[in-house]
Write a protein that binds this ligand. Structure first.
Ligand code: 4AD
Ligand code: MG
Length: 462
C-alpha cells in the first residue's frame, strides 16, 4: 500500500479506506482494552488518532510506542466518535521504525518554553509551534517567488562572497584562507592579502543590492532571495547575524513606484499565508497571540501611510512621550520611535521617506535640498522596520562625490560605477528582511524562533 500523508487523510473522500501512515508519536494513552496514539508526520499541524484494539495487539508490541518514537501503521480510516477529531485509524498492523527513550528524549513533555526549545534547536521542528512556523516560512518563500515571477521579474543570484560593503556599515564577516596565527606580511608590515585566496580582502555579503543593480539595468526588473550576513553585535529580538533578504531592483522606477511595489508585495505575501496556512496561523494565534489574524487582516485592508522622515520626527517630538532614546532631526530612528508612529499615532503601517543623507547609505538618490535622500523604510506594527529601500543615485558625478566624501575605496567600486557611466537610468529597489516578515505573519516575538538555526552573537551551535 502507498503511504498517505496525514494532511490528506482529512479529505472527506478518504473515510472508509485502508490507509498506510508513517510518522512520529506525539502521545499515547488508554487502558487495557484500547490504546490511542496521536501521530504527526509534519505535513499538517493536525495529528491523526490511531486506535489499537488490545484484543489484537499485545502490551509488548505497544511498549516502544512512546512520545518521539517513529512508527508505521496500516488500518482503516473511520469517522471518529471521540471529541476533537473528525476521523481516526483503526490499526491493523504496527511497525516500529525507531524508539525514543522516555528517560532521555528532550521533548517528552508538552509545554516547553521557547527559550528551552532554542537550546534544542535540532529537535524543535518536531513541536507543534515550530512545525507551524516552518510551514508558514516555506509558504511565504514560495509566495515571494510567485509574486515576482508573475510580475515578470527575474530571479538573480548574487554572490555571497564579496569585496565590497554595500551598506557601508563595516559590519562584515571576513572570509580568508590565510593562516590566522602566521599571517603573511608586506614590507610595510600590513597583512599581505595578495597571498589570500582571492588575492584581496573578502567578506560575506551584507546585501545583494549592488549586483542586483547590475541585473536591473540589463534585465529591467530582478529580485534576489538569499542569505545575508551582518557581524553587528546586536542582541535584539529583531536581529540575526545570518538572515535572508529579498531585494527587488527595478529600472525606470521612481520612489513612488518603489513604495507601490513594496506595499503590494507584502500584502500579497500576507494574503497568501492566510489563504494557504490557515490551520498553522490559527494554531499560533490560539497559543501565543489572539490578535494575530485581525492584525494580518488589518494590514491587508488599509493603505500604508506615507510621510517624510521630517514629518515623522515632528510627530515624535510633539508626542510628549518619553522615549529611551531621545529623537531629533538627524538621529536614526529606533524601534520604539517607529513603533510609536505605527502602533500609537497612525495605527497603520507607515512608509517614511526622505531621510537625512548622513544616516543612509551612499547609493541613495540625493534630493535637491542637499540634506536628504530618497530613502524609504516600511514600518510595521510589532516589528518596526520590515523593509528598507530607496531610489538610487543614477548621476555619475553626484554618486562619485558622495563616495569621495565618505572615503569609500574607489578601486573596489569601479564595476558598480559603470552602471552610471554606460546607459544609466533612474532606478529603485528595496530589501525585505525575510525573518521579519515571518515574525509578523506568525505572531512570534523573537526572530530566533522563525529561522530553523539562528545565528546570533555567541551562538552557532546547531
Ligand atoms: O535596511 P537594510 O540594511 O537595507 C539594505 O540592505 C538595502 N541594501 C536593501 C535594498 O535597498 N536593496 O536591510 C533591509 C531589511 C531591513 O529592513 C530588515 O527587515 C532586514 O533587512 N534586516 C535584518 N533582519 C534581521 N537581522 C538583521 N540583522 C537585519 N538587518 C536588516
Ligand atoms: Mg534599514
Amino acid at each position: 500500500m502507498k503511504r498517505t500523508k496525514i494532511s490528506d487523510l482529512f479529505d472527506p473522500g478518504m473515510t472508509g479506506h485502508e490507509v498506510d501512515v508513517k510518522g512520529w508519536v506525539r502521545t499515547r494513552r488508554g487502558n487495557k482494552h484500547v490504546q490511542f496514539v496521536a501521530l504527526n508526520d509534519g505535513s499538517t499541524i493536525k495529528n491523526i488518532q490511531i486506535v489499537f484494539d488490545m484484543n489484537t495487539f499485545t502490551d509488548e508490541q505497544l511498549k516502544p510506542v512512546t512520545t518521539g518514537s517513529s512508527i508505521h501503521v496500516t488500518g482503516k480510516l473511520v469517522e471518529s466518535m471521540g471529541k476533537g477529531q473528525t476521523c481516526e485509524i483503526q490499526a491493523d498492523t504496527l511497525e516500529i521504525y525507531g524508539t525514543a527513550d522516555p528517560e532521555t528524549y528532550p521533548l517528552q513533555k508538552k509545554g516547553h518554553t521557547l527559550e528551552f526549545l532554542r537550546e534544542k534547536a535540532h529537535l524543535r521542528p518536531r513541536t507543534n509551534t515550530f512545525g507551524a512556523v516552518l510551514r508558514v516560512r516555506s509558504a511565504l518563500a514560495f509566495a515571494i517567488h510567485k509574486f515576482f515571477q508573475e510580475k515578470g521579474f527575474y530571479y538573480l543570484n548574487t554572490p555571497l562572497i564579496t569585496a565590497s560593503d554595500c551598506e557601508g556599515a563595516g559590519a562584515m564577516f571576513q572570509v580568508t584562507t590565510l593562516p590566522l596565527n602566521d599571517l603573511p606580511k608586506t614590507e610595510e608590515g600590513s597583512v599581505d592579502y595578495s597571498r589570500d585566496f582571492f588575492g584581496k580582502p573578502t567578506a560575506l555579503t551584507v546585501s545583494g543590492q549592488l549586483e542586483g543593480e547590475l541585473g536591473a539595468t540589463a534585465l529591467g526588473a530582478i529580485y534576489t532571495f538569499g542569505p545575508t550576513f551582518r557581524a553587528e553585535n546586536s542582541n535584539t529580538p529583531r536581529h540575526l547575524s545570518e538572515f535572508w533578504m529579498i531585494e527587488p531592483e527595478m529600472a525606470f522606477y521612481d520612489i513612488s513606484d518603489n513604495m507601490d511595489l513594496a506595499e503590494e508585495f507584502v500584502k500579497y505575501c500576507i494574503r497568501y499565508a492566510l489563504d494557504n496556512c490557515r490551520d498553522d496561523i490559527d494554531f499560533l494565534a490560539q497559543m501565543y497571540d489572539p490578535e494575530l489574524v485581525s492584525r494580518l487582516e488589518f494590514v491587508l485592508h488599509n493603505d500604508f501611510v506615507r510621510l517624510t522622515y521630517t514629518e515623522g520626527v515632528e510627530i515624535l517630538e510633539k508626542s510628549g512621550k518619553k522615549f529611551e532614546f531621545p529623537v531629533s532631526w538627524g538621529t536614526d530612528l529606533q524601534s520604539e520611535h517607529e513603533r510609536y508612529l505605527v502602533e500609537e499615532h497612525f495605527k497603520k503601517p507607515v512608509i517614511l521617506t526622505d531621510y537625512p543623507r548622513e544616516i543612509k547609505a551612499f547609493y541613495m538618490k540625493q534630493n535637491d535640498d542637499g540634506r536628504t535622500v530618497r530613502a524609504m523604510d516600511v514600518l510595521f506594527p510589532h516589528i518596526g522596520e520590515i523593509i528598507g529601500g530607496s531610489e538610487r543615485e543614477e548621476n555619475y558625478d553626484k554618486l562619485m562625490k558622495r563616495i569621495d566624501e565618505l572615503g569609500i575605496p574607489m578601486k573596489d567600486m569601479w564595476w558598480y560605477l559603470d552602471t552610471r557611466r554606460f546607459g544609466t537610468v533612474p532606478h529603485s529597489g528595496f530589501g525585505l528582511g525575510f525573518e521579519r516578515l515571518v515574525l509578523f505573519v506568525t505572531g512570534m516575538t523573537n526572530i530566533r524562533d522563525v529561522i530553523p538555526f539562528p545565528r546570533t552573537p555567541g551562538n552557532a551551535e546547531f
